[in-house]
Ligand binder design. Structure first.
Ligand SMILES: Nc1ncnc2c1ncn2[C@@H]1O[C@H](COP(=O)(O)OP(=O)(O)OP(=O)(O)O)[C@@H](O)[C@H]1O
Ligand SMILES: [Mg+2]
Length: 415
């Protein structure tokens, strides 16, 4: 059978061949003018409602243009508040401007979510300087020394952006930051400045006070966006992304309201707009409507839950599976208690040949699942039997099932 003739399940459950899908796509009305504009990596030239932060960063970094080292900076704010976009924008402008003054500014942008060991940080910094370092094998100190030597061979200002810096500290401690904040005393011609970015407002608690004081010479705060601000951001982006007259009235306001309700997250808004447009496109619609936004919201929510569950430790997956099984056998949805869950959990662990945790630890995992919005656990008094918790799923059971079934780390069908 040719691939083109393969019957594929579509979202709307109609059976289409791959060929029909391709043909249908080509015939569908063209909604997008520039698709990349809604990508998370796109850095817009205009950032509404961030003038204040752009100016502040500009003032701090301007000293580069006189050949001086700017203060180190910490940027804080919840997710999707424009920290990465603002930093990248200001730095790209600075890099453009510096050569006019006979200066050289180099920027290393590291996302510490991926670059989260001391070795990797210095290896990545070396590679920005064109020094190749093996992926592993050297002592971290040696990589750091090579970085310093490489730096000192050039007369430039080197700005290190450590985005999601909290990941690095939580995983690898303060060591790298300590070395980086002290590096200037060992350099003769080059200078290093650090910009740290974090959406974990408590991350300063993890910092060694000496590191904190040099890292936070300046601090910039990014507040969550309000609905009208998100509307302005979306209007500008939509104008670039879509062809004229493809957005139904009210779509942008609806997305802005949803995103502001959660916590003023512009990324969430952008994702909703992109997914709504993709759904409209798949439905061969000539305009993106509020109903596409609703569908997009459902799709994104499902994806988020799936992602949250799949990244949980395996013990938590056993707890989820226990609740799922107990709900299967009870006719009373209020009957699942912490005690029942623990009993079933121990059984599952035994069947899987895995050590089980104490009841207290499992209680903590249950609380964690509650905080994540996967289950809801309500304390109830059972008279002389004392207090217990009634547990329900806060998400559809079908979603629990499909997520755990797909999980490679966990053999759902076996339990
Ligand atoms: N003021 C703005 N104008 C235009 N687009 C914006 C603005 N603020 C944020 N965005 C867009 O919203 C998305 C999220 O922004 P960004 O990545 O900068 O958030 P962040 O604060 O770094 O979030 P996180 O902490 O999750 O990394 C990006 O697509 C970005 O281009
Ligand atoms: Mg970011």
């Amino acid at each position: 059978m040719s691939v083109g003739a393969l019957r594929l399940k579509q979202n709307d459950d109609s059976d289409l061949t791959l060929d029909e899908i391709f043909e249908g796509y080509l015939k569908s009305p063209k909604l997008f003018q520039r698709r990349d504009v809604l990508d998370s990596s796109f850095v817009p030239k205009n950032l509404p409602h961030r003038t204040e932060q752009i100016k502040q960063l500009g003032y701090i970094l301007a000293s580069v243009l006189r050949g001086a080292k700017p203060s180190n900076i910490l940027c804080f704010g919840k997710t999707g508040t424009g920290k990465t976009a603002v930093s990248k924008y200001v730095l790209s402008m600075l890099k453009e401007k510096a050569p006019d003054h006979g200066l050289r500014v180099e920027v290393a942008y590291l996302n510490c979510n991926n670059v989260d060991t001391n070795y990797r940080v210095f290896a990545d910094l070396c590679s920005t300087l064109g020094i190749e370092v093996p992926f592993t094998g050297l002592a971290t100190d040696e990589v750091f020394t090579r970085f310093k030597q490489g730096l000192d061979q050039r007369e430039s200002l080197f700005i290190v952006v450590l985005d999601e810096i909290d990941s690095l500290i939580k995983k690898s401690g303060n060591e790298t930051l300590y070395s980086l904040t002290r590096i200037n005393s060992d350099l003769s011609s080059a200078k290093v400045s650090i910009i740290g970015i974090s959406n974990d407002l408590k991350f300063k608690d993890y910092l060694d006070p000496r590191v904190l004081s040099s890292l936070s010479e300046e601090e910039l705060v990014f507040k969550p966006y309000e609905a009208p601000e998100i509307t302005d951001i979306l209007v500008e982006r939509a104008e670039l992304a879509f062809r004229p007259n493809t957005l139904d009235k009210g779509v942008i306001n609806m997305i802005a309201a949803i995103a502001a309700q959660e916590h003023g997250d512009a990324r969430r808004a952008m994702d909703l707009l992109r997914v709504a447009a993709e759904i409209a496109e798949r439905e061969h619609s000539e305009v993106i409507t509020q109903s596409h936004v609703k569908k997009a919201q459902g799709a994104i929510e499902r994806n988020t839950i799936t992602e949250v569950i799949s990244t949980l430790p395996v013990q938590s997956k056993f707890v989820i599976s226990s609740i799922y099984q107990l709900e299967n056998v009870t006719s009373d949805p209020d009957a699942v208690s912490t005690g029942d869950v623990y009993e079933r959990y121990v059984q599952l662990c035994r069947d899987a040949g895995m050590d089980s945790l104490t009841q207290r630890r499992v209680g903590d995992l249950i609380n964690e699942l509650d905080a994540l919005g996967i289950i809801s656990a309500r304390v109830v008094s059972r008279g002389r039997h004392g207090r217990t918790k009634e547990i329900h799923f806060s998400i559809p059971r079908s979603l629990v099932e499909s997520t755990l079934q797909k999980d490679k780390q966990f053999d759902f069908n076996r339990y």
